[in-house]
Design a protein around this ligand. Sequence first.
Ligand code: AMP
Length: 189
Amino acid sequence: MSAHLVLLGPPGAGKGTQAARLAERLGVPAISTGDIFRANVAAGTDLGQLAQRYMSAGEYVPDSVTNAMVRERVSRPDAQEGFILDGYPRTVEQVGALDEMLAEQGRGLDAVVELVAAEHEVVARMLHRATVAGRADDTEDVIRRRLEVYAAQTGPLVRIYSDRGLLVQVDGLGPIDEVTERMLVALDG
Ligand code: AMP
């Protein structure tokens, strides 16, 4: 199965965990824009300093910055047979940028998996993660803002990909293994 996949879903839906597991099962890299930004913040790069201002407020990093970063990442050798994009695209503009970068290489998306989870569930998960991982963008106010931004900026992507016949919706609730199996079954069908 060619695996150029996008994982959609609100913050706290378990995208990162599931992207890593899917990547292992499908033999393609998981690419998390959030992880790349956090690595840059930790390393104190210029990109990290810029990104941190947005991340700590629950806002999105500007499209131009994010798109350039993803363009570089998907062009690397390990991503030529596919990838699981976790947390990208997140805006309508990013959808267009991804289409362009893949089209330039004669590639396209195979599916977009939406991990569906109720708001109270994702808030609880993020608050839990805040205490476990100490993420600076996981305070309650920032969590609320992140969910608002997701609904406004990323919500429309569900419709865009469903109109293209690419959308696969999977219930994100339940044991981690079960969710992974659900995703694999849904992708096969
Ligand atoms: P995540 O770990 O995917 O929840 O991302 C953490 C934060 O990184 C987000 O709240 C944004 O500030 C930033 N970020 C990650 N991916 C993107 C993206 N595709 N576009 C803009 N900002 C992003």
